[in-house]
Write a protein that binds this ligand. Sequence first.
Ligand code: WT7
Length: 647
Amino acid sequence: MSEIDALLREDRSFEPSAEFRAGAHVTDPEVYARAEKDPEAFWEAFARELDWTAPWTRVLDWKPPHAQWFVDGKINASANCLDRHIGTWRRNKAAFIWEGEPGDRRTLTYFDLYRQVCQFANVLKDLGVGKGDRVALYMPLVPELAIAMLACARIGAVHSVVFGGFSAESLRDRINDAQARLLVTADGGYRRGAIVPLKKMADEALAETPSIEHVVVVRRGYADIPVHMKEGRDRWYHELMDGAPITCPAEPMDAEDMLYILYTSGTTGKPKGIVHTTGGYLVGVYATTKWVFDLRDDDVFWCTADIGWVTGHSYVVYGPLTNGATVVMYEGAPDWPEKDRFWQIVERYGVTILYTAPTAIRAFMRWGTQWPAKRDLSSLRLLGSVGEPINPEAWVWYHLNVGGSRCPVVDTWWQTETGCILITPLPGITRTKPGSATQPFPGITAQVLSEKGVPVQVGGGLLALTRPWPAMLRGIYGDPERYVTQYWSRWSPDVYFTGDGAKLDEDGYYWLLGRVDDVLNVAGHRIGTMEVESALVDHPKVAESAVVGRPHQIKGHALCAFVTVKEGVHLSEGLADELKAHVAHKIGAIARPDDIIFAADLPKTRSGKIMRRLLRDIAEGKALGDTTTLADPSVVARLRDQYQDEA
Ligand code: WT7
């Protein structure tokens, strides 16, 4: 536990500056007490700031573990992102300022976005997509991805965005799980100067997706790559949009109608389709964007996440657009063509709020202060962090070298399942401590519980949420039982188990300690160990595998795979590379193991359970002085014997 103790010895703290506080939306700590007293009224006040076509009759109907928010209310997400603003002075305000990796740029105003969303909504209707139908989106980070999401929302179709870095097989499985009728993809996208051939990968997936009737292909300007268009199935986006009517009524959706499905990794080999509905989700992302980022009309908001993850759904699309914000979108890598690309973008567009991940911050640290120092970052007034625990050194580096010591840093904890930020500072109120996400957002109740469910006052335990919140997931697509067992069965049906460990300090601050289940967080991406293990044993030479995480300076964790091979297979460096490539091909590059360790057998307890603790210690180099001895596959077995003797 030394890591945790070191974290808790962190005693630096930062008050919001008088200057920041003077202009902030929320400065009265009373908001916490008021929300605590009547959380439903607290959320209802935010709901009233949105546009509804029919009012709700009750704020919350809670039959644990099933919640309905804003019961009977009718609302459309696309109308709240667009129509709500085009009747105001925001009509010609920039909604998206987009920059492609090769340097191409586009700006879409709210009015532009509205028209294009309406047009694409009409295209979808023409292709037979209707309310409740699922539409899969497999795209680079281009405005058309947001347009397609909002077009789905406009007509009541359910989008399922699949991150463009996932493999053909991952795409296929997600399409089939959701039974999507239509796929929107692109010829390709850019990553570090190379073109990711999305349509080609989609074609591979489409060979085994019988539910797909139509494919719409966006031509990504520069991507000069051959694309095969299948007659009768595949259509070009620009051809369909040409001449499509520029208005389309927004379908009044029930507050509890599904808005989207987003797949995320869990403790089994199969990703879960997290279901979010319309009303509560919008209220959650609207409220948190406004308060956590202290959003104002003259802000330029840049959340660097890809839209393929929940962070992009909530804080590139739905949260900022419901607030009428100007959003920066950048397609590519932070070190392309140079390591100051992010700072160049901040300078070029006068970004005022930057929201990024600790893994990126740690990479910036390694690259050195000369890169941010080269650019004018004085427009920044607030910094955010998300995705994994941020180590205090990275927090302080970010504060100093990016925020020029004047910007509050909000470390925001949440999950795909929670829909919006739940544990976070409020920048005009909270005294921050580097490494702590501080306190639950008003209206949210969290607890640190022991294994047995006893609340911990000061100390470590498991993070639980003890009251429903509007943006919470409503289920796992097609698997109602797993929803209950996965999240609401650890202690009691009204207590949500996050899967995270946490520690509470004397001031009631939360320190997130990472996953306690078989989920790893690698460079801010959630990866199920079982998924990687399944991909490995799918290789003809592999007999068995166990995957664990080991601490990594930049990525937080690295993936370390222990592998036993089948009889007669010759071990070599070449085989390790082959296995890594195999996993990348099966799942996507984000799941490529960093290490492959061959073992004669996997260390198991007498009852046959894999000794993951030992494997983690080996991966970290704790159980071994010298990792090179691992070239001998019998080493792991000898360590097991030693471990068992000591235990
Ligand atoms: C897991 C959720 C929700 C945004 C992106 C990730 C970890 C997220 C923090 C933070 C410590 C964090 C948790 C969580 N996590 N934010 N600020 N401090 N840990 O979404 O892929 O659903 O992953 O990310 O372990 O359970 P996700």
